[in-house]
Ligand binder design. Structure first.
Ligand code: SDX
Length: 430
């Protein structure tokens, strides 16, 4: 970082010199950590549209260029040339692994994919029609009740074990949530399957017959995991960091991230988007929905469109769109009506000044649901799949924060506009 650059702030007869910190990529930041102590004022930034909350070396996004880098490697290269567990290694440890490092990492993950047998009973406390995200929030939060030996965050080895356990067990828990919701028996993971194939088996195999997914579907599943792995300081990652800053155990922090991701403005958008495309149904109804999305008095928004950071295009959506074509072609699903509506909706929206002027483009959630539906998942499993994919990002960001010796509990302030001091009034005098 360049040294000794400052921003001058003058108000109420005061002049403050605030340090300017220069990143390796992206905009400079003004360090305001001493602002309140020196100037007696807060900054105000609801939604954190202009606020850097932490220093990180994991993921970089350039919203104008539509660029997403994981430890410097662009997402399109990782999606094409790498695979999810190698991307997990990269996110966790900062470098692409050697052959032996990757083999060791994959073996450690593989050997942690089973969950404590007692957890099967835990599921039975839920209604069968519970949304799988509700089940996942509960079961992941309960992991700290089963894995006491990896909850001491001051112990680097326990942090490592908890990280591996979370990455390894989330697919098993997500698959169990799905099986429970459809009344089928749980399927145990197998050590002779790769990560994506294992997940497909645990979701779609039944005791009554053998199951072996088409390798291209496993590859498409693995690519979806990679495209969702991490994304800088998004809402759910920020939730994990804030929960972790209090010293909460890693399982509780990831459960908090899952809860935040569930919202339709965030990870819940993939389910909402497919349901929107299905509701539109045919291309002739698209203008009606575009008009609603543009109507200030209508709360309807195009699900899968827009992004806080990407103001050009979401590079993940580009890869996802290509993958959707491949998967549907493989499955012989010609003229998939949902995909036709999606492509026509994208074309019409990107031809409409409302969307182009507001820089609203398809995001990662716009095409992912089409692939997941084609693979055989119900819409209720779309966000759980996003959650199991993003677990590695949450864990990597959590480890980075916990490992920072300068770290402290996150405690934002506020702009208070409520009642000023007043005395209590007895009820007979009100
Ligand atoms: C994810 O942060 C991340 O990185 C998230 C994520 C990740 O990997 O972690 O990328 C995953 O959450 C992707 C986003 C998924 N959500 C959706 O697809 C839901 C639909 N999108 C919107 O709700 C919205 O675009 C957000 C929430 C994604 C972003 O909202 P912002 O940045 O707060 O933008 P905004 O609400 O201030 O909107 C700016 C303008 C507004 O109009 P004006 O008030 O300026 O007139 O654009 C309009 C909005 O009304 N607008 C939309 C719109 N999104 C924004 N209008 C119609 N349809 C939309 N989808």
């Amino acid at each position: 970082m360049a040294e000794n650059r400052t921003a001058k702030l003058e108000f109420d007869g005061k002049t403050l010199e605030l340090p300017i910190l220069s990143p390796s990529l992206g905009p400079d930041v003004i360090d305001i950590s001493k602002l309140y102590a020196q100037g007696g004022v807060f900054t105000h930034d609801p939604g954190f549209t202009s606020t850097s909350a932490c220093e990180s070396t994991i993921t970089f996004i350039d919203g104008n260029k539509g660029e997403l880098l994981h430890r410097g490697y662009p997402i399109d290269q990782l999606a094409e040339k790498s695979h999810f567990l190698e991307v997990c290694y990269l996110l966790l440890y900062g470098e692409l692994p050697s052959v032996t490092e990757l083999e060791d990492f994959e073996l450690r993950v593989t050997r942690h994919t089973m969950v404590h047998e007692q957890m099967h009973n835990f599921f039975r406390g839920f209604r069968r029609d519970a949304h799988p995200m509700a089940t996942m929030v509960g079961v992941v939060g309960a992991m700290s009740a089963f894995y006491h030996d990896s909850t001491d965050i001051s112990d680097p080895w326990q942090r490592e074990v908890a990280s591996i356990r979370l990455i390894a067990k989330l697919p098993t828990i997500a698959a169990m949530a799905y099986k429970y919701s459809i009344g089928q028996p749980f399927v145990y993971p197998r050590n002779d399957c790769d990560y994506a194939t294992n997940f497909l088996r645990m979701c779609f195999a039944v005791p009554a017959e053998e199951y072996q997914p088409d390798p291209i579907l496993s590859r498409a599943m693995d690519r979806i995991f990679t495209l969702h792995a991490d994304h800088e300081q998004n809402a759910s990652t920020s939730t994990v960091r804030l929960a972790g800053s209090s010293g909460a155990n890693p399982f509780a922090c990831i459960a908090a991230g899952i809860a935040c991701l569930w919202g339709p403005a965030h990870g819940g958008a993939n389910q909402a988007c497919l349901e929107m495309l299905q509701e539109i149904g045919t291309p002739d109804r698209i203008p009606e929905y575009i008009a609603r999305a543009k109507d200030k008095d209508d709360p309807f928004r195009l699900m899968g469109f827009g992004h806080r950071v990407y103001k050009n295009f979401d590079p993940r959506a580009t890869v996802m769109k290509q993958s959707a074509d491949e998967v549907l072609d493989l499955l012989g699903i010609e003229d998939n009506p949902t995909l036709q509506v999606a492509k026509e909706l994208e074309r019409q929206a990107l031809d409409d000044p409302y969307f182009t002027e507001k820089k609203l483009f398809p995001n990662v959630d716009f095409y992912s649901g089409i692939i997941l539906e084609a693979i055989g998942f119900p819409t209720s499993m779309f966000t759980p799949i996003f959650a199991l994919s993003r677990t590695v990002g949450w864990v990597a960001q959590w480890k980075e924060m916990i490992g920072d010796p300068a770290g402290k509990i996150g405690r934002p302030r506020q702009l208070y506009t409520g009642a000023t001091l007043r005395d209590y009034v007895d009820i007979e005098n009100r």
